[in-house]
Design a protein around this ligand. Structure first.
Ligand code: SF4
Length: 317
């Protein structure tokens, strides 16, 4: 049994790493402290329903803005992740509990109370569960649909790398509106940034989603400022288009603690604008590339634009 008098270390695998200095953020990264009434209401609904959010667990800089509008990204399957990505602030370890069969229902209640038009649901990696949590994702999608049939659903999933192909098929069969899985970085940085994952596996996962359901929107994102060069980012865009991914997000990596991967540099707003232009040129239906872009940032508005971009493209044929 764990000795509760000993403080639990959030990132035991990172504890012995040397510290990386955290550089001062430039003016274009600053955000306001969360204080609004809307923020408090969202926080209360999350607490009442015992829900975990990636907004808090990842220390997202947009939490004040998103929560003031009721936009929280729920993180299912617990708050401990079986991976140890060097950029991520989610606690790493062996998850203490099995999956909570009542969680899909609680997510559905919270979505209804928040009155969301569009919800983003993500999860920790659960390599300890045989299907990686695929059935739990499917149950959550179905529970939200039952209670809020008009709410569009976006999921941001793990890579299901150790699972049978049926795991992905289970999630796609539950028909989320948007299937998002982040590549996170360029392939050359995978060993140091995302050591438990494989670039081409993640890419293939998204391509497979499109093969299984060509009408489903697919989305993926990367962080910049980790040490990649522009050419590699452009190559990732080409790889994503070859996998028929519709929506690309690019945001600045921010270092959660000195034990995390270092910030190599702050990419300027002009460079982000250049990435956005290049990505549209490569055929993405929708692109969000700004310093504060996160997968779920403005996801509802972006989904409306994504849908209308597809309709316009179809009308031109
Ligand atoms: S950008 Fe996403 S993770 Fe960050 S606060 Fe908004 S909804 Fe939460």
């Amino acid at each position: 049994m764990r000795d509760n008098s000993v403080p639990k270390i959030r990132h035991p695998e990172k504890a012995n790493r040397p510290d990386n200095a955290q550089p001062k953020k430039p003016s274009w990264i600053r955000v306001k402290a969360p204080t609004s009434e809307g923020y408090k209401k969202t926080r209360d609904i999350m607490r009442e329903n015992r829900l975990v959010t990636v907004c808090e667990e990842a220390g997202c800089p947009n939490v004040g803005e998103c929560w003031s509008q009721g936009h929280a990204t729920m993180m299912i399957m617990g708050e401990v992740c079986t991976r140890a990505c060097t950029f991520c602030n989610i606690a790493t370890g062996k998850p203490p509990e099995s999956l909570d069969a009542f969680e899909p229902g609680r997510v559905a209640v919270a979505v209804k109370k928040l009155g969301l038009n569009h919800v983003v649901i993500t999860s920790v990696d659960r390599d300890d569960v045989e299907d990686g949590g695929a059935e739990h994702f499917a149950q959550t999608i179905r529970a939200v649909r039952r209670q809020s049939p008009d709410t569009t659903i976006e999921i941001l999933t793990p890579d299901f790398i150790r699972c049978a192909p049926a795991a992905l098929e289970t999630v796609v069969a539950a028909k989320p509106d948007v299937f998002n899985h982040n590549l996170e970085t360029v392939p050359g940085l995978y060993p140091e940034v995302r050591p438990g994952a494989r670039y081409f596996h993640s890419l293939r996962l998204l391509q497979r989603v499109k093969e299984l359901d060509p009408a489903m929107f697919t989305k993926s994102g990367i962080m910049v400022g980790l040490g990649e060069d522009r050419q590699s980012v452009l190559q990732v865009m080409d790889d994503m288009r070859a996998a028929d991914i519709d929506f690309l997000t690019i945001g600045q990596y921010l270092q959660p603690t000195p034990k995390h991967h270092r910030v190599d540099r702050f990419v300027t707003p002009d460079e982000f604008a250049g990435y956005e232009k290049a990505a549209y040129g490569k055929g993405f239906l929708m692109v969000s590339a700004t310093p504060l872009t996160r997968s779920s940032y403005h996801a509802g508005d972006d989904f409306a634009q994504l849908r209308s971009a597809r309709l316009k493209k179809l009308a031109k044929r």
